[in-house]
Each structure stands twice: as C-alpha cells, then as structure tokens.
Design a protein around this ligand. Structure first.
Ligand code: IPD
Ligand code: CA
Ligand code: CA
Length: 270
C-alpha cells in the first residue's frame, strides 16, 4: 500500500462536494438579503470588497474541515492559513465572485480545493444560482453534477470564446496587450467575475481558455484539477510561492493553449 492510499481521499472528495453544496446554500441565504450586508473594502482597492457573508461561510467550512480532518492544513482567503506543512492542505474561497454577489449578479460560487503533497488533487465548485456542482479528483475524472466534463476540441482561438480578467494591485499592464492580440486573431473575450467558475467552464468546454494576469491560489485551486481531468492544459501556477502569493494564470484546451501563451508572452512565466 502506498502512503497516498493511506489517506482517505474518497472521504475528502465526498466532504468537499457536500461542504461546497452546504456552504453555497448558506451563501444563498445571505444573497437573498444582500441589501442588508455591510460591504467593506480590503486595503485601498475600492474594487476588492468583502462582507460578513464571505467571513461566515469560510468560518463554517473551516470548522467542519477541522472536525473531519484535524491533521489537514488550511488556507482560506478570509482567515489565512494553518499547518501548511501538512500532506493535505485545503484551499478555500468562500465566495468567488464577491463583486457579483454584492451587486446582485448571479455569478459567484463556493470553491474548495485540496492539495496533496503540494499538488492539486481534488476540487468542488458549487454555483447555487445555476444548480451546478463542478467537481473532480485526480484519476477519477471531472463532472458537472453527474455529467463528465471534457475540454473543447478547438484548435484556434477564433473557434470559440476565451475568458480573461485582471485586478488592480498587480499585472493589469498585461491585460490590454493580450486583448489586442486576442481580437486581432479573431478571438472573443468573456469575463463573469468569478475565476473559479471561468476555470470550471474551460473544463466543461464552454470556454476555450482562461487567462488572468494575476490570480490567487484560492481562486483556482479547485478548478485546476477539473481542467487537468477534463483533458486541458494549465500553466505552472505554483512556481515562486504561487500558493501564497498568486501568479499569472492560464488554463485552456490543448488546441489553443500555445496560441494563448504566445499572445501573453514572457509575463506568463515571470
Ligand atoms: C476575484 C474573482 C475575479 C478575479 C479576481 C478575484 P473574489 O475573486 O475570481 O474573477 O478577476 O482576481 O480576486 O474577490 O471575488 O473572491
Ligand atoms: Ca476569489
Ligand atoms: Ca473570495
């Protein structure tokens, strides 16, 4: 028996799915009463918002995971990290798409990913507005609800839609040059305000690829597994301490990955 089999991966996979669904319903309770939420800004960036909903959902997930798997580590957007040296580290975004959430746009989700020995191993992304649970586990495939996911078979950016995004603190200077090249090649852009959902849509073949000038690990951890299991390609997001600091991010179907990487240029691997 290998050391990996000693870990109960099935129990963790089942818990990730169940917890994402439960947390998403908690999110819906807040979302229906969102006018009552007090919105705070993180630091100086007016676009970087948070509310009690984000904090309470993360606290709920963290408490449950600690009860279920006390030996595991944790990294969450709102409450920080613990035991990052553990073999299993949960990486959580309680609400991905908070700007959508507070403005009444139905594009947000709960994202729960698990690293095992430093590699993304399983993930669950729950979108309660569309009744979609995206989930996957290394070697077991990726699914939306019960339907298997497969990336697009496209071989050129002109054959579909590509997601893109940026944020203020770092990397935005790479955004317009990429957009110009994408449009010049006959591609088309998409952004719905949730990096986790856009990643899941790449896995589902709805989008050809997704480039964000800078993303955090909790935005994409769960989705990276889905893209790999659905046959897609991902960049080396974890280099240079990407887990804690974030990095430029590209996921795509194999037929357009290189084309998108070339449009982005060297900043993808900075
Ligand atoms: C944000 C979303 C958005 C991306 C930002 C993220 P949040 O996460 O994923 O699509 O463009 O970089 O910060 O703040 O809604 O959890
Ligand atoms: Ca996020
Ligand atoms: Ca968030």
């Amino acid at each position: 028996m290998t050391s990996q089999q000693l870990l109960d991966i099935n129990a963790r996979y089942a818990s990730a799915k169940a917890l994402a669904l439960e947390a998403a319903q908690l999110g819906m309770d807040f979302y229906r009463k969102r006018e009552a939420l007090t919105i705070e800004h993180k630091g100086d960036d007016l676009q970087d918002v948070v509310s009690i909903a984000d904090k309470q959902i993360e606290a709920f997930i963290r408490e449950r995971l600690t009860q279920l798997f006390p030996e595991d580590g944790f990294l969450g957007e709102e409450s920080g990290s613990a035991d990052l040296g553990a073999r299993c580290v949960w990486v959580i975004d309680p609400i991905d798409g908070t700007a959508c959430f507070v403005n009444g746009l139905h594009n947000w989700c709960v994202s729960i990913g698990l690293l095992i020995d430093g590699e993304p191993h399983l993930g669950a992304i729950a979108d309660p507005n569309h009744n979609e649970l995206f989930h996957g586990c290394l070697g077991k495939g990726a699914f939306v609800n019960d339907a298997p996911l497969k990336v697009s078979a496209a071989t050129h950016v002109g054959q579909g839609v590509t997601a893109t995004g940026t944020f203020h603190p770092r990397g935005k200077e790479h955004f317009i040059p990429f957009m110009e090249k994408l449009l010049a090649e006959g591609g088309m852009f998409f952004r719905n305000g949730s990096g986790a959902l856009m990643t899941a849509y790449v896995a589902a073949g709805r989008l050809l690829g997704y480039y964000e000038t800078e993303l955090k690990s909790w935005d994409c951890m769960a989705g990276l597994v889905l893209v790999k299991e659905a046959g897609g390609r991902v960049n080396d997001f974890f280099r240079n301490d990407g887990l804690l600091l974030g990095n430029p991010y590209l996921v795509a179907c194999p037929g357009v990955y290189s084309q998108l990487a070339e449009m982005i240029g060297p900043s993808l691997d900075d």
